[in-house]
Design a protein around this ligand. Structure first.
Ligand code: CMP
Length: 136
């Protein structure tokens, strides 16, 4: 059993895709262990995206994730990290297969609807950041 952190980004929440997206993970067999709707504090956004701090798009990433409420949750299941990333599709929607969340709902790299941890190590770091109360 493995856990991963998923965010439905402000574009996904604004477009009322929350139910549709949660349904895809649940149908796959992944289990929601914790979930909240959150207005993301800037410090949390900067910490979350710390590995991109030197990238030219860092400011835009932080602006975007703080532009409206986000639905954050922890999913559990076998190989949850890879299974969720497969359901999400490629980061760039131009490469995302139809049938994946980004393949079906996203047009651009910055408004790409969902985020998920990219490794078990990122998952434990991100779950600690977004759900300190769950980790305790
Ligand atoms: P996410 O999974 O949230 O993690 C980093 C995000 O950076 C990624 O999704 C994209 O939305 C965003 N992003 C914007 N521009 C780029 C880029 N050139 N390369 C990679 N990611 C980018």
């Amino acid at each position: 059993m493995q856990e991963t952190l998923v965010l439905i980004k402000p574009d996904g929440v604004r477009r009322q895709l929350t139910g549709e997206i949660l349904n895809r993970y649940e149908r796959k067999g992944l289990v929601i262990k914790a979930l909240k709707l959150i207005d993301v504090p800037r410090e949390l956004a900067e910490e979350h995206y710390a590995e991109h701090k030197e990238k030219p798009f860092f400011g835009e990433l932080v602006d975007f994730i703080t532009s409206g409420p986000v639905v954050a949750f922890v999913l559990a299941g076998k190989d949850a990290v890879v299974n969720v990333r497969n359901l999400n599709g490629a980061t760039n929607p131009l490469d995302a297969t139809p049938g994946s969340i980004r393949g079906d709902y996203a047009l651009t790299m910055d408004s790409n609807v969902v985020h998920a941890s990219d490794s078990p190590e990122s998952a434990s770091r991100e779950i600690g950041l977004w759900f300190p109360e769950y980790v305790k």
